[in-house]
Design a protein around this ligand. Sequence first.
Ligand code: AMP
Length: 299
Amino acid sequence: MSVLIVGSTALDSIKTPKAENPRLLGGSASHASVAASFFAPVKLVGVVGNDFPQRYLRLYERHGIDLAGLQRVPGKTFHWSGEYEANMNNRRTLLTELGVFENFKPELPKAYQAAPFVLLANIAPALQHRVLDQMQRPRFVAADTMDLWLKVARPDLLKLLKRVDAFVLNDSEAQQLTGEDNMRSAFKQIHQLGPRYVVIKQGSHGSVLSCPRGMFICPAYPLQRVVDPTGAGDSFAGGMMGYLAAAKGPIDRHIRRAMIYGSVVASFCCEGFGLQHTTRVTQAEIEKRVQELERLTRF
Ligand code: AMP
């Protein structure tokens, strides 16, 4: 089964204490789509300008990503720039140039409207709504967000939460949304806002799921060296949704393992700038890390 993914398709300029890399392929939808493509066919919805390099389009294609929903319009591609501190956890946004994103109106090709799995990756909640409005009856919808939308588009986001099955956010966003420092209390409040599945991400400490069957603590793969964590959250969500789309049977039976696969793909994402490492990973390498995580957490 396929996954429809909407989000940002960007050029990312990333600075770490060790290196600087301009105009890499980035954006929430790019990271999520490549991650999901390891498991299931992906339909991408996004927009790029005429400065978007052909080699990035070819890279999507190499991952079998359907680009019928990727608008290519005159103007500049969304450009985001961020800088990491030495600990590689704290990040500062240096620049956000909206470019063609400013007037982006997602239009789904007919073939996209029946997609059973939908990932509303980080993008303005109004656009996430617009995509859902065009869908027929998706089986499972997950949404991601960022602190910005909690600040400037809170009413839209709250309305969106009533329309999704799963909500993926990081711990500081959960605190910002609910005012709760305690994770269990935050879960309770977020469930009351709509989603039956809530995943709170904790960066290098993994993530926690709360769902009708209870909680699940998903580890992060312990990396020796983090090169660039940009897009790790998107890779996690993309990997998880790709795995769920490929699995047969009820969501509850597969969601824990889906999170483990998401976590493993996210670990590869952190080992290179932008998508440079993720795009070179093999299925065998993914399986090896999943097995390692299994050994590390069995007791
Ligand atoms: P993450 O590291 O998971 O927070 O995701 C980083 C990605 O989010 C980068 O590839 C950026 O291009 C993208 N991004 C940054 N700001 C925004 C924004 N305002 N809207 C959508 N995507 C964004």
